[in-house]
Design a protein around this ligand. Structure first.
Ligand code: BJ8
Length: 425
């Protein structure tokens, strides 16, 4: 099996030496952050298995698909409508880019004062250490932030990249622009795959992705219980895996996990005492293996009960409205749904603080941690408005700005412990 993987990575032109170092670094981190937790749901076994073979079995599936003439489409952002990819019998893969490992490679080209997510993404390609990147036929970027859109220009030197234009405002004119972008993306995917996207195929794809969103909604709704039946770390991992696992299997595994959590809730069983402080995290996405903040918070005795982020509620809170099988209406429904993602790339974006206040109440959060990747100006700027809004609502907020390195872990721990002391009833 291991030899099979090496053979596959070699065919994908992976830098085997660096790649070994990456995987060797991941194992002990996963052991410390995940496997040392007590009282985990048995359903997390699947996710442990996925991480244990992170560059193996799923990549093999993608390669099989490619050998049969299928295409693999890699993405970095929630704005890329994956329904169109599935509908053309291609496979979308959300690239992770949550590791410090690839950042020094990226800094040879990108400015150092670029957010860690962008540097980590670019470093993966530059260092040839990610088989998902290497296995993809097209990378789809977007114009959500300046750092990303300029990075995509550089990435295009190594791999085919197509960039979708995401508007910056939520006006009717912007909606029309975005609708046009969705139509153009359909053409791009049809050309890439040679497959026509029909109303029937798109209807099936909408159902497929909506089913996964509903399973994630179910998982997050279970986190509203006190005591909380699953740790924030485990819920985050299940969400992160949704970005690249097969959607149908992922939905099944999520629902199986939820069945187990239902029983825990009925029995009043939790992973921490009912009085453990409950934290909502809001801000930048956390890609695998970025588990730093959750680990610090939960090691300090609190529980993360919700993430208002793209590796959280923004991923699944809205469904694509099912419409009758009419291609134009389906494409419109897709465009509408994706415009409703309250990313900080929009101005204004007042819906996001509204979401955080609502979620803090729904999840019985005792406090909110605003999580900002260093050099991400959009989220950093929104932190001020968020602070004022939560102050008005009487919800405690801690602002954190960090990256993927462990250099500030001690300082973060101290600040988080002080925050938890403050919010304890
Ligand atoms: S929809 S949050 S996934 S853009 S953290 S790279 S914004 S400098 S990740 Fe995002 Fe799409 Fe929005 Fe979600 Fe730029 Fe900021 Fe870095 Fe960011």
């Amino acid at each position: 099996m291991a030899n099979d993987n090496v053979q596959m990575w070699t065919e994908l032109n992976i830098d085997l030496k660096s790649h070994d170092m990456l995987l060797n670094a991941l194992g002990p981190i996963f052991q410390e952050v995940y496997l040392s937790q007590k009282n985990r749901p048995a359903g997390m076994g699947f996710y442990d298995f996925v991480v244990g073979d992170i560059h193996g079995i799923r990549v093999k599936e993608l390669r099989e698909h490619a050998k049969n003439g299928g295409k693999v489409v890699a993405t970095y952002c929630l704005f890329v409508p994956e329904e169109l990819v599935w509908a053309a019998d291609a496979i979308p893969v959300g690239l992770c880019a949550g590791t410090q490992f690839s950042i020094p490679m990226a800094e040879e080209v990108l400015p150092r004062n670029t957010c860690a997510l962008i540097k980590s993404s670019f470093g993966f390609r530059l260092g040839r250490v990610c088989p998902y990147v290497q296995a993809s036929h097209l990378i789809v970027g977007e114009t959500t932030c300046d750092g990303k859109k300029k990075m995509f220009e550089l990435l295009n030197q190594y791999q085919p990249v197509y960039v979708m234009e995401v508007p910056n405002k939520k006006t009717e004119r912007s909606r029309q622009l975005w609708h046009g972008e969705v139509l153009a993306f359909k053409d791009v995917i049809e050309k890439l795959t040679g497959n026509k996207i029909t109303a029937e195929k798109l209807g099936q794809a909408i159902d497929l992705v909506n089913a996964r969103r509903l399973a994630l909604q179910r998982l997050y709704n279970l986190r509203k219980n006190r005591p909380v039946p699953i740790s924030g770390k485990d819920a985050l991992l299940a969400t992160q895996v949704s970005f690249y696992d097969d959607a149908k299997r992922d939905t099944q595994m999520l629902n199986a996990l939820c069945d187990e959590l239902d029983k825990r809730v009925a029995a009043g069983q939790g992973v921490a005492p009912a009085k453990a402080p409950r934290i909502l995290i809001s801000g930048s996405p956390m890609a695998i293996p970025n588990w730093k903040l959750h680990h610090i918070i939960e090691s300090a005795g609190a529980m993360v009960v919700c993430e208002e982020s793209c590796t959280g509620t923004r991923l699944f809170s809205d469904l694509v409205k099912p419409t009758r099988p009419n291609l134009d209406e389906q494409l419109k429904a897709i465009a509408d749904r994706y415009m409703n993602i309250h990313c900080a790339c929009f101005t204004p974006n007042d819906e996001r603080p509204d979401d955080v206040v609502r979620l803090a109440k729904e999840y019985q959060a005792d406090g909110v941690i605003h999580y900002n990747l260093q050099f991400c100006h959009t989220y950093a700027n929104e932190a001020y408005k968020m602070e004022k809004r939560l102050e008005k609502e009487g919800i405690p907020l801690l602002r954190i700005e960090t990256d993927y390195s462990d250099e500030d872990a001690g300082q973060l721990r101290t600040r988080i412990e002080a925050f938890l002391e403050m919010i304890k009833k």
